[in-house]
Design a protein around this ligand. Structure first.
Ligand SMILES: [Zn+2]
Length: 101
């Protein structure tokens, strides 16, 4: 009977956050470091020539990204707004990160 209270707590959100911009992931992918990132954010890093793990700072073996279907399916019910809107939030957060460099 406590289950209802637990599921309403927002603590789960943390695991769904993109480690790069701290927004809930829209299109989670697994990089070669074994961590999940939002595709938009990790690809943007690759495009700016940063081929290191945002988590560990170690060089990544390759730019391969594997779709994290399981995580995406888990996040799906918590996405209250549509994908496009989420994507724009990541883009905005990225722009702000760029500016603060
Ligand atoms: Zn992101």
């Amino acid at each position: 009977m406590n289950d209802e209270v637990i599921t309403k707590k927002p603590h789960y959100i943390k695991n769904f956050d993109c480690p790069i911009c701290q927004r809930i992931m829209v299109d989670p992918v697994i990089a070669t470091d074994g961590f999940s990132y939002d595709r938009l954010c990790i690809e943007q890093r690759f495009m700016s020539g940063i081929i290191t793990s945002p988590k560990t700072n170690a060089a990544l073996k390759s730019k391969n990204l594997i779709h994290n279907h399981q995580l995406r399916a888990t996040i799906e019910p918590y996405l209250s707004t549509n994908d496009l809107e989420r994507r724009q939030q990541h883009q905005l957060a990225l722009n702000n990160l760029e500016k603060s460099k």
